[in-house]
Design a binder for this molecule. Structure first.
Ligand code: FAD
Length: 493
């Protein structure tokens, strides 16, 4: 070796500088979560020899910690069996609208057109789904039912222009255990195909030859090893929610939430490795954020109030959209105001880790205990109640199903970010890629031999306020599969 890069640098090294190679594979995959597993399976199915290296001692990543709800639609077997007539266009329109100006039309188009087929691909690998629907308003299904609403499809503004359909697919296992089962099945499928796996092996930097990625430097057993790739390296090392420096640089707003969710490997190393090869990053300020205030679904009958004593959202939308809007409120408190009838026993029940900010046998008592302009809040509640009686919400368009006047006695939960309320978050920005997973430079040029997938790339989910549960594992598995197939189809060096 001629060059000695800084031990913490991710800068690529040149193939010509490597005296001895420690292995040669067609495709090398960094990270064994959903994206890496699906990339490896697709590359192996294309006839490639594949290595996955993962810093952890086993497969899984954040995917195994997750519920592994998968946001899929456009006519999956489960949707059809449950009587839903979903279409590519309805799904495309919903994802375009919910991702707003940040939407990537090409990625959303490919995801929607490939969605039902991706469901079948997963089923063929052995991922089980029951043909039944979980009908309650919930974050995850507590049963083994296969389908549930996991976004804001039935809520304003989406319901106004797009026919709603449930697209959250839940694995056939009772309780919140989808992630471990999903990764167990994907791991077995990769191993059955002869994919080689090196655990406790950290990807450090790329190896390049005249601007083309031709290998990867890893560290295992306290030694650096040089691995040659004939067709490509796929970075699928998760996001950067556990990297405080990157969060402060790119997504400081997310740090107002209190619960980074993910695995300890979510340090952004895949993104940094790509960047040091000249890759562009995009949408780095965005993340999933949430204020998971239901279940119980009866809390949806409450109203969120900001520091001005005003409402700011239709409370029947997805909890992530509520979380995103909470972060956008003027500085000061945020409360969820409810009838005790809908809250239950506030003496013994606390939701969201949030403190009970106020209670009141009368509206006056409640108003006196809250730190917002009394008159404004009185007006907000009276106005809400008079419309709710008519099952109307002209200001925020909450659906009739969740409208009824707030009645005494009252209770208010303190949902102010930073005061203890649970606000989970993870990152949605990453390397700029094509649908194929090919990584792009700032100039929009492909870096030959380099691919990225899952949360290392910026994929379909791009916005906190438009997020739907299942879109991250859905996108990670789909984008991994695309990257594996593309690298697998590349000419061997
Ligand atoms: C509690 C929880 C619940 C969730 N529920 C859902 C849900 O139901 N549906 C949904 O869509 N999303 C959910 N998410 C989000 C979702 O799980 C993740 O965004 C998604 O699984 C990411 O997949 P991935 O393949 O990109 O990364 P991961 O699954 O995290 O895999 C990345 C792998 O890369 C490895 N790695 C990292 N750096 C290196 C390195 N330098 N060298 C080698 N290996 C490295 C890691 O060890 C890890 O194994 C949830 C997340 C959490 C934490």
């Amino acid at each position: 070796m001629k060059t000695e890069p800084h031990p913490h640098s991710h800068s690529p090294i040149t193939a010509a500088d490597i005296a001895q190679w420690h292995g040669r594979y067609d495709v090398i995959v960094v990270g064994f979560g959903a994206a890496g597993a699906c990339a490896a399976i697709a590359a192996a199915d294309a006839g490639c020899s594949v290595l996955i290296c993962d810093i952890a001692s086993g497969s899984g990543g954040s995917t195994a910690l997750s519920s592994a709800e998968l946001y899929l639609g456009a006519g999956t077997r489960v949707q059809k069996a449950c009587g839903y007539n979903d279409s590519v266009e309805a799904m495309y329109d919903y994802l375009m609208l919910s991702n707003g100006p940040q939407a990537d039309p090409a990625k959303i188009r490919a995801y929607c057109e490939g969605s039902a087929d991706h469901f079948d691909w997963l089923v063929d690998l052995g991922v089980p789904f029951n043909d039944s629907e979980f009908k309650a308003r919930a974050i995850v299904a507590t049963t083994d039912d296969g389908l549930l609403y996991t976004g804001s499809e039935k809520a304003w503004p989406y319901v106004e222009s797009i026919a709603p359909a449930p697209r959250g697919h839940n694995l056939a296992i009772k309780g919140d255990h989808g992630g471990p089962l999903f990764m167990k099945i994907l791991t077995a499928a990769a191993l059955q195909r002869g994919v080689e796996v090196h655990f406790e092996t950290r990807a450090l930097r790329l190896i390049e030859d005249s601007g083309e990625v031709v290998g990867l430097v890893v560290r295992s057993d306290m030694q650096e090893r040089y691995l040659r790739s004939n067709q490509g390296v796929i970075l699928s090392a998760g996001g950067f929610v556990m990297n405080r420096e990157m969060l402060a640089e790119y997504a400081p707003d997310l740090m107002r939430c209190n619960l980074p969710i993910g695995n300890t490997g979510d340090t952004g190393s895949g993104i940094l490795i790509g960047q040091s090869m000249g890759a562009a990053v995009t949408n780095m300020h965005e993340g999933f954020v949430s204020l998971p205030f239901y279940p119980p679904s009866s809390l949806t009958f409450g109203i969120f109030i900001n520091a001005h004593g005003k409402r700011f959202i239709n409370e029947d939308c997805y909890h992530g959209r509520v979380g995103a809007h909470v972060l956008q409120q003027p500085s000061g408190p945020v409360y969820l105001v409810l009838s005790v009838e809908d809250y239950g026993k506030y003496e013994t029940h606390s939701y969201l880790g949030a403190a009970v900010a106020a209670t009141g046998e009368t509206l006056d008592e409640l108003l006196a205990e809250l730190d917002v302009p009394e008159n404004q809040l009185r007006q907000t509640i009276e106005c809400y109640n008079s419309h709710a009686e008519q099952l109307a919400d002209p200001e925020f368009h909450k659906s009739g199903e969740w409208l009824k006047p707030l009645t005494a006695p009252f209770v208010a939960l303190d949902c102010t970010p930073g005061r203890g309320v649970n606000m989970p978050y993870f990152t949605l920005g990453g390397l700029d890629t094509r649908v194929s997973g090919e990584v792009l430079t700032e100039a929009g040029e492909i870096i030959p031999g380099l691919y990225a997938a899952g949360r290392t790339a910026c994929g379909v989910p791009r916005r906190a306020d438009g997020y739907a549960s299942g879109i991250s594992v859905g996108d990670a598995s789909f984008s991994g599969r695309m990257a594996g197939a593309a690298a697998g189809a590349r000419e061997k060096r």
